[in-house]
Design a protein around this ligand. Structure first.
Ligand SMILES: [Zn+2]
Length: 417
C-alpha cells in the first residue's frame, strides 16, 4: 500500500491530488498538485478565479507517522480575482501563512488537553511555540463558533496569577446543563467586569437570572448595574475562603506569639488541620486536630466558629438562616478575634446578598451544592500553575479557554486521535 492511498482515505480534497511521497532525511515529503480541471480560489473572498502566477514551493507540516515527520510540498498559486485583485489562492489544508496544517493543529491541540504543552512538543518532536499556535487556532475557532444564547447563570471569580501579584477575572456559565469558562480578563477591577458585560451584550445580560460572586465590591457594583434582572448570590465557596483566610491569619500570629513567649510550639504544622474540611483530613492531621482542640487558643476558637457557621447552609428558609447569621455574627464580635470580626462585619453588611443563596438554591442546586464555581476555580489554578510557558497573558488565556471553555471543535472528516 502506498502512502498516497492512506492519505486519500483520511485526508482527501476535491481540487487537489497527492503526487509522490519520498524520504528526505528523517522526514517524509509528499508533493501536492492541483487537480487538472479544478479552479483555484481567492483566499480573500473564497470565489473561484483565474490563475495569475505561481509562487515558490511551501512546506506544510502534517501528522507524523511512525516517528517520521510528514510534510506536504505545494507551490501556491496567485489568482487574479475580479473583486479582490491579485491574491494568494486558498488551500483547504491550512490557512494564512501557517506552516502547520489544520489537521495537525487539531491533533496537537487534542493532546494538549491531556499533556502539558511542553510534553506534547517533545512527544511529537515539535516546538512549544508550534503547540501554542495549534491550541490558539482551535480555541479561536471554538470561540467564534460557540453558542451563548442559553446562558442564564454566571459565576464571577478570580485567580491569582504570576506568583500572586496579578489577578485574572474569570466568568463562568453555571447553568445546570452547561458549566464552562466563558470569559477571562486581566485584573479584578470594575473596568474588568465591565469589559465582560460589553462583550456579552446588553440583551444577553438582561436575560441573566443568577450571578454568583465574591463579596468584592467592584464586582457587586457592576453586577447590580449590568445584570439588572439577576439575583446576585454570594457563593459558599467564597465565604468559606474568607473564613479560612481569617483563621490562617489568627494561627500565624498566634504561632509567632507562642514562640516569642517561649511556649511549646503546639501550632506547628497545624495549618491544614484548621483549614481543610473535616472529611478530607488525613489520619495524622485528624490526630493533630484532636490534640489542638484541647488547648484554649485563639486559633482553636476561630476554627470552632467556622465549624459552627457550617450549620447556616443547612437551612431551608432564608428567614431562619438570617436569624442564625445574626446570632453567629454577634458571637464572633464578642470573641475578640480581630480577623474573624472583620469577616463577620463584612457578612453583616452583605446579609441580603448572602441570604439570596436560599432563594437560588432550588434553581441552581447542582451548581451551588457540588461547588461548580470552586471546581472551575481549582482547575484554573492547576492550568496556570505550570507558569513556565504562560508568562504572557495570551498564553494563560488560551490555556484556560482550552482547558475549561468546553469549546466546540472544528469538524474533521477523519478522526486522527
Ligand atoms: Zn476575491
Amino acid at each position: 500500500m502506498q502512502l498516497k492511498t492512506i492519505l486519500n482515505r483520511c485526508h482527501k480534497f476535491k481540487s487537489f491530488v497527492y503526487d509522490q511521497a519520498r524520504f528526505v532525511g528523517e522526514a517524509i515529503e509528499v508533493t501536492v498538485l492541483p487537480r487538472a480541471n479544478a479552479k483555484a480560489m481567492c483566499s480573500h473572498c473564497a470565489e473561484p478565479a483565474p490563475v495569475y502566477d505561481h509562487l515558490a514551493e511551501r512546506r506544510f507540516e502534517f501528522i507524523p507517522i511512525w516517528g517520521y515527520r510528514v510534510f506536504f510540498l505545494y507551490r501556491m498559486r496567485r489568482v487574479d480575482c475580479r473583486d479582490c485583485g491579485v491574491k494568494v489562492e486558498r488551500v483547504p489544508w491550512a490557512r494564512g501563512k501557517r506552516e502547520l496544517t489544520d489537521t495537525y493543529q487539531q491533533f496537537l491541540a487534542h493532546w494538549a488537553e491531556k499533556l502539558s504543552w511542553l510534553e506534547v512538543a517533545r512527544s511529537f518532536r515539535t516546538s512549544w511555540e508550534k503547540v501554542f499556535q495549534a491550541v490558539e487556532f482551535v480555541v479561536q475557532w471554538g470561540l467564534e463558533h460557540r453558542d451563548l444564547s442559553q446562558v442564564t447563570a454566571l459565576g464571577v471569580d478570580e485567580i491569582a496569577w504570576r506568583h500572586g501579584h496579578n489577578y485574572l477575572t474569570l466568568v463562568d456559565q453555571i447553568d445546570a446543563d452547561n458549566t464552562r469558562l466563558l470569559w477571562i480578563g486581566k485584573d479584578r477591577t470594575m473596568k474588568t467586569l465591565l469589559r465582560f458585560f460589553h462583550f456579552f451584550g446588553e440583551q444577553r445580560s438582561l436575560k441573566l437570572q443568577y450571578v454568583c460572586s465574591d463579596m468584592w465590591k467592584p464586582y457587586l457594583k457592576v453586577i447590580k448595574k449590568k445584570a439588572a434582572n439577576a439575583l446576585n448570590i454570594l457563593d459558599r465557596f467564597h465565604i468559606v475562603a474568607k473564613l479560612n483566610k481569617a483563621i490562617d491569619e489568627v494561627r500565624a500570629g498566634e504561632h509567632r506569639q507562642l514562640q516569642k513567649d517561649g511556649y511549646e510550639p503546639v501550632l506547628k504544622n497545624s495549618r491544614w488541620c484548621l483549614l481543610k474540611r473535616k472529611e478530607n483530613l488525613t489520619e495524622k492531621q485528624e490526630a493533630k486536630l484532636k490534640d489542638l482542640l484541647q488547648y484554649n487558643l485563639k486559633s482553636v476558637r476561630a476554627y470552632l466558629l467556622k465549624e459552627d457557621f457550617d450549620g447556616f447552609w443547612g437551612y431551608v428558609s432564608a428567614a431562619w438562616a438570617g436569624k442564625f447569621l445574626d446570632r453567629w455574627c454577634t458571637r464572633v464580635m464578642r470573641s475578640k478575634i480581630e480577623p474573624m470580626k472583620k469577616v463577620a462585619k463584612t457578612m453583616r453588611a452583605h446579609k441580603p446578598l448572602i441570604l439570596n443563596w436560599f432563594k437560588a438554591k432550588k434553581a441552581l442546586s447542582k451548581a451551588l451544592s457540588s461547588g461548580v464555581v470552586e471546581g472551575l476555580n481549582n482547575k484554573a489554578k492547576v492550568t496556570t500553575r505550570n507558569s513556565y510557558g504562560f508568562r504572557t497573558y495570551r498564553g494563560a488565556e488560551i490555556a484556560l479557554y482550552h482547558a475549561l471553555g468546553n469549546l466546540p471543535k472544528p469538524p474533521m472528516a477523519h478522526r486522527f486521535c
